[in-house]
Design a protein around this ligand. Structure first.
Ligand SMILES: Nc1ncnc2c1ncn2[C@@H]1O[C@H](COP(=O)(O)OP(=O)(O)OP(=O)(O)O)[C@@H](O)[C@H]1O
Ligand SMILES: [Mg+2]
Length: 327
């Protein structure tokens, strides 16, 4: 089976033409490809032969199928799973024209963001997860590398439900620094695991490192209390402390016991007093980030509405911050 792919190659019974290698992760390579049948960009995630071994492969396909029912502007669609004789199996996903948040963070001068810079992304993360959890689907691998951000600041979660269960053969699910103690123990992932990961992700975005990042991370996640965010930031001599409500919810998400964490992602958003975006607003923001299928007139027509909505949201956020500081 060919594992050395090259640009121009046709895969999937000659339906998809490989255009650009986007990267590689735990499962294998990801390519941007052209779907020659319906013409358009897709992302193909190939499953390395050693990862598609007994058990793991079957579990992955099952989960990919489960994730196909998710349609939300904040979630990169999973269109299909393909397996043909003599070809490596792959997942066909929506291609996101953007950059992973992990890369964006690494490019920051001090490797971290101020809360104001990520607040809108956290809202979108909560919205997307709330939708998926409502459909009974847990992400299982929330981390900055699976959070793509488009040029217009729209967040798209990738790899929904694709992390193989921790205890399945041949594959280890999730990414340890962001995994809850329960997920690390190999228990079947549940919604509170995603809540834990949201906490670990915000923690990292604000101070540059996840709660546990060196030494025996597995042991620390299971048995050690994370350093309070404010203390970590002081240790690292980071001056821009987040609002106390933010630090508090982050630490609450990182509770060892699932029932001590916020009850769900909606609770995180409510605690932060963040406005919920409607599906229409999300769709509008998404549309503004996709220049190619839209003609200029449509895009120009969308812009003012987007700016007005953005300004109102900005004003609400300012009022909320003012309330926290002086109220
Ligand atoms: N749907 C997508 N659209 C565009 N680019 C993508 C898409 N999915 C992944 N990528 C790119 O491919 C790279 C590799 O993705 P991949 O999911 O294999 O690795 P990862 O997220 O770092 O690790 P993991 O295997 O744990 O998810 C990403 O960093 C991203 O740049
Ligand atoms: Mg990924």
């Amino acid at each position: 089976m060919n594992e050395n792919r090259s640009r121009g190659e046709l895969v999937g019974n000659r339906r998809f033409r490989l255009e650009e290698r986007l990267g590689e992760g735990g499962f294998g390579e990801v390519w941007r490809a052209t779907d020659t049948l319906v013409s358009g960009d897709v992302a193909l995630k190939f499953v390395r032969a050693d990862k598609a071994g007994e058990g793991a492969g079957a579990a992955l396909w099952k989960e990919a199928n489960q994730s196909r029912k998710l349609t939300h502007p904040g979630i990169a669609r999973i269109y299909d799973v393909c397996e043909f004789a003599d070809e490596a199996g792959f997942i066909v996903m929506e291609f996101v024209d953007g950059e992973p948040l992990s890369v964006k963070r690494a490019k920051q001068p001090h490797g971290n963001f101020a809360w104001e810079e990520i607040e809108a992304l956290v809202v979108q993360l909560c919205d997307a997860l709330e939708y998926a959890h409502g459909k009974g689907v847990v992400h299982r691998d929330i981390k900055p590398a699976n959070m793509m951000v488009t040029g217009a600041g729209v967040l798209k979660l990738t790899d929904f439900g694709l992390a193989a269960p921790h205890d399945s053969e041949g594959a280890r699910g999730g990414s340890p620094p962001y995994m809850s103690p329960q997920q690390l123990r190999g228990m079947r992932p549940t919604m509170p695991d995603d809540v834990y990961s949201v906490g670990a992700v915000i923690y990292e975005l604000l101070c540059g490192k996840p709660p546990f990042y060196r030494g025996d991370i597995d042991h620390q996640i299971r048995h050690q209390m994370p350093e309070p965010l404010a203390e970590r930031m002081a240790d690292l001599e980071m001056k821009e402390q987040p609002p106390p409500a933010v630090a508090a919810i982050v630490m609450a998400c990182l509770a060892k016991e699932p029932d001590r964490r916020p009850a769900g992602v909606a609770a995180i958003r409510e605690w932060l007093n963040l406005p919920q975006r409607t599906a229409e607003e999300m769709a509008e923001a998404e549309a503004a980030s996709r220049p190619e299928p839209m003609n200029e007139g449509v895009l120009a027509g969308k812009k003012p509405a987007f700016i007005v909505v953005g300004s109102i949201l900005g004003l609400l956020v300012l009022l909320a911050v003012g309330y926290f500081l002086f109220g």
